[in-house]
Design a protein around this ligand. Structure first.
Ligand SMILES: [Zn+2]
Length: 239
């Protein structure tokens, strides 16, 4: 079973691993990986796998029963030791956007009682859907100001795993959204932002995040669109 190391350390972008299996001709399963597979609104990492005399571009990373690294040529043999290198700029952008999305979800819930229903981020823009009738220009101004206050105050971002029953018993279900996870998942990863004793956000999330909100940079809301009668989509970019 591939050890999903990106859950523990989002800053490691070069690592050694052993090829455990090859699926088809171009899908590599490793004993451990720091490559993020697409999921939770965050795109997959890209990068390369290499040995002393060969290199493969990693063009896609998908999570099935195992994490599969799709490479651009015939895959290295099982047993081969490879060096994985993750495209740093792309990953770093995803970490900033993903952490910004958590702030936005928290602000929407606190200020507007609007629950997040979906989100998709990219390396250069993102959008988030929430349950709300209609934001006006003043609302968008308020949201943007609040987000940038949270960035300016440079709050710490932490993550840890928790037994699901304990998480369900002790954490706010509206924020953690644990009910969205399949029953088979017994351990949840919690991402927490803010003061250790009184964090302003706790969410169940398997994505990669920056270590403090100051790393996000200035958030600019670029627009809103309606997604039906009671849903709004907010578009944003980071500068
Ligand atoms: Zn997250």
């Amino acid at each position: 079973m591939t050890e999903a190391r990106y859950l523990d350390d989002a800053t490691c972008l070069t690592f050694e691993a052993t090829v455990e299996a090859v699926r088809g001709t171009d899908r590599v399963v490793l004993d451990q990986t720091y490559f993020y597979p697409a999921g939770g609104g965050q795109p997959n990492d890209t990068g390369s796998l290499s040995t002393a005399d060969a290199e493969w571009a990693v063009t896609d990373v998908v999570k099935r029963d195992q994490i599969e690294h799709v490479v651009d040529d015939e895959a290295p043999e099982p047993g081969t030791t490879v060096t994985g290198r993750i495209d740093a700029d792309r990953r770093r952008a995803h970490m900033r956007y993903h952490t910004a999305q958590h702030l936005l979800s928290a602000v929407l819930l606190t200020e507007f009682d609007a629950e997040t229903t979906g989100n998709q981020l990219y390396a250069d823009h993102a959008h988030l859907d929430c349950a709300y009738d209609r934001f006006d220009d003043d609302d968008l101004q308020t949201i943007e100001s609040r987000l940038n206050e949270l960035v300016a105050s440079d709050q710490s971002v932490r993550w840890y795993t928790l037994d699901r029953d304990e998480a369900e018993a002790t954490l706010d279900p509206e924020r953690t959204r644990l009910h969205l996870l399949p029953d088979s998942i017994r351990e949840v990863r919690i991402v927490e932002i803010g003061d250790e004793d009184d964090p302003f956000d706790r969410t169940a999330c398997a994505g990669t995040h920056v270590a403090s909100t100051g790393e996000i940079g200035t958030v600019v809301l670029t627009g809103r669109t309606t997604q039906g009668s009671s849903h709004e989509r907010i578009d944003f970019v980071l500068e």
